[in-house]
Write a protein that binds this ligand. Structure first.
Ligand code: MIG
Length: 673
């Protein structure tokens, strides 16, 4: 089912864990792709038929069907997720060609940049180019698209499983500045009966943006505070940044220097970049000892009672490099006092705007990887993966039996074993709800199951209706977190008028948790997807293939979120007869069977509608709760649309230990005649 082809001397990325895959004869690749050396690099290509669709690429812009654009794998910190972009924070080099007469998956295991021209230059040509020509390539075949996705997981390992509380609602802001502010956020939710499981600490909890420190003035007695919040059923989740502040006397910095753990310049000095704290060094996440050391640092916070983290800025984002900044200062001198004309004015401007995340900076530092010195740009896409791997491996050492919440901004396939990702700095734009919907299944294909977007949008100002609509989709995403940027309108749900609606919608998430958690676990343990495009379940259905704003969530339901301003309903395509369930709240429901085909469905601003498949069951909790611990996972109401008999395999465990494969966690639920 898997064929492996090697070109040149590809660097080992750590993505693949399967040990039984053997290199195939290159002749066999000709059944799928041609290859040629071009000026731009080594290029693999094939022709596409008119109706061929292409899926995959995880975290990227545009549709679920990727055809019709050009994408890149080049992890970048880009807060403008516009349609004309080619890459975002992750490198997910997996595509599936779902053809009229053939289907196969392609995983290009390559640490450097890749270009995926999917019908952009020529509408009927798929071409993948690797500028650095050393490439490891896997072709995956399967009976179905889901099967091909499963193949990738069997090749690269099982998806990360977070603790159960991480399926609760999280509230975040850049930043809650003090413990009292955090207390207030908790109180506002609790007083109004709005469920909440976690509050996030963004960079300002630290002392001068130093990793693994806590500002003692604004968060005095941190361990006690963590405990106090736990007493209210709330987990604090601190952020960790990739760069380590250069500061005499700061232990992490000093240990890093002494241990030789930082990335180097060509002449062997520690490479200096500027990020939040000003000057930093980057731990060489690829170097085993450095990784072990950096991972071990998470213990500082684990010891204070912390049970979850998010890793940021690990593309790595660089505001400036010390060397480049120096060059820019010098070049700017040339413009001083000149008559700046059309050319020189823009050149000057570009000098400044080009300082951040400058491609050239990625050629100014080096890693030590498996005994070799490698320039960063050659392994650029692995940095976030290895930072998160550092944490994941440390958790396995430090608390082997306990699940720790971990998700990252940058990632590469393989990282899905150690953590999830959030979808980065989106905007409070209606179109970004749609992007969220489309990214979810694409990420699932690449193994990233635990994921979600900043609900309500990170940048720009949200409105009450947008936040409600976004949450109405967000209740189905594994990671359900409201996060927003400094300087934008406050986005906690209690800041808005109709708190009652927010309470019911978020409450519904908790009622649906038995199903959501069960489906997540089955997907993770079965190398499956949690959210699927319709075409994955209804392969022969030409209409289903074009649906990009509805998703199958787990095995039983379809969702069709509203993502446009001032809409009180939408058209929904039903690939088969389904039972529409309208939730005003967990207990206030209405059911109606609808025939296959197109329907205009009324969906008022404060209601959630799901579509249940025939002979399927949607188990919901009889009682939700203010946090996950309060949810009753035992006493369930089985919503069903039964024609003959329905069965549902229900996965239920304690949610905190790692005894995943125990068959006792699975029970068969039945409904109907
Ligand atoms: O460049 O830590 O994506 O979630 O709030 C901004 C501050 C740095 C980027 C993350 C965002 C976080 C923010 N960080």
């Amino acid at each position: 089912m898997v064929k492996w082809f090697i070109f040149g001397k590809p660097l080992h990325t750590g993505a693949v864990t399967a040990v039984d895959v053997k290199e195939s004869d290159r002749e066999l690749l000709k059944n799928y792709l041609e290859w040629e050396e071009t000026d731009g690099g080594l290029c693999f290509s094939c022709r596409m038929k008119k109706k061929d669709a292409v899926y995959g690429l995880g975290e990227n812009v545009r549709g679920i069907n990727k055809r019709g654009w050009i994408y890149e794998s080049n992890c970048s910190d880009d807060p403008f997720h516009r349609e004309d972009k080619r890459s975002l924070y992750g490198a997910h080099n997996f595509i599936i060609l779902a053809g009229e007469d053939r289907q196969f998956g392609l995983f290009i295991d390559h640490a450097g940049k890749l270009v995926f021209d999917i019908g952009y230059t020529e509408t009927d040509r798929l071409a993948v180019t690797a500028p650095d020509r050393d490439v490891s390539l896997y072709v995956l075949e399967g009976e179905s698209l889901t099967d091909i996705v499963g193949g990738l997981r069997r090749l690269t390992g099982r998806s990360y499983i977070p603790p159960k509380w991480a399926f609760g609602y999280g509230q975040s802001r850049w930043s809650y500045m003090t413990a009292d502010e955090v207390r207030r956020v908790a109180k506002e939710h609790r007083e109004r009966g709005i469920p909440l499981d976690s509050i996030y600490l963004d960079i300002d909890y630290m002392e001068r943006y130093k990793d693994f420190t806590v500002n003692g003035d604004s968060f005095p007695g941190f361990g006690k505070f963590v405990e106090e919040m736990r007493g209210q059923g709330i987990h604090l989740v601190p952020i960790i940044d990739a760069g380590v502040k250069i500061e005499e006397g700061y232990d992490v910095y000093e240990e890093g220097v002494a241990g030789n753990y930082f990335c180097k310049t060509q002449d062997g000095r520690n490479f200096t970049a500027g990020v939040w704290p000003g000057r930093v060094h980057f731990p060489d996440m690829l170097k085993e000892e450095a990784r072990k050391w950096f991972g071990g640092k998470y213990k500082v916070l684990l010891d204070e009672g912390i049970e979850g983290f998010w890793n940021d800025m690990n593309e790595p984002a660089i505001f400036y490099s010390e060397e480049h900044l120096q060059e820019v200062w010098e070049q700017m001198e040339d413009y001083r006092g000149k008559n700046l004309d059309i050319n020189s004015f823009f050149a000057l401007k570009d000098l400044i705007t080009g300082i951040s995340n400058n491609e050239g900076d990625y050629q100014r530092f080096y890693h030590e990887y498996e005994g070799e010195t490698i320039r960063h740009d050659k392994v650029h896409n692995l940095f976030g993966f290895y930072m998160t791997r550092a944490a994941g491996e440390a958790f396995d050492r430090l608390c082997p039996d306990k699940r720790i919440l971990m998700y990252s901004r940058s990632s590469y396939i393989g990282m899905h074993r150690y953590g999830g990702i959030w979808m980065g700095d989106n905007l409070s734009w209606w179109s970004h709800i749609l992007l969220n919907i489309r990214m979810l299944p694409s990420l699932n294909m690449c193994g990233f199951l635990y994921t979600g977007a900043d609900l309500g949008g990170f940048g720009a100002d949200v409105t009450e209706d947008m936040l409600l609509r976004w949450l109405e989709f967000g209740i189905f995403t594994p990671l359900m977190r409201n996060h927003s940027a400094m300087g934008t309108r406050r986005q906690e749900v209690y800041r808005f008028g109709d708190t009652e609606a927010f309470r019911r919608i978020i409450g519904l998430r908790y009622g649906l948790l038995p199903y959501i958690y069960s489906e997540y676990m089955k997907a993770a343990l079965g190398d499956n997807m949690y959210a699927k495009p319709l075409s994955f379940l209804y392969p022969g259905d030409e209409r289903a293939k074009e649906v990009e704003d509805q998703l199958m969530i787990g095995e039983s339901i379809m969702v069709a979120p509203v993502y446009e301003q001032n809409k009180t309903g939408r058209y929904v395509y039903l690939p088969e007869t389904m039972k529409m369930i309208r939730f005003r709240s967990l207990t206030d429901r209405e059911e109606q069977v609808l025939p296959a085909g197109d329907h205009y469905v009324k969906i008022p601003l404060d209601e959630v509608v799901v579509f249940l498949r025939p002979d399927h069951i949607l188990p919901i909790a009889e009682k939700g709760g203010q946090n996950v611990e309060e949810v009753d996972f035992e006493n369930l109401t089985l919503l069903h649309f039964t024609q003959t008999q329905s069965e549902y395999e229900y996965y239920h465990d304690d949610g905190y230990t790692k005894d995943y494969d125990n068959p006792a966690h699975r029970t068969m639920l039945r409904a109907g005649c």
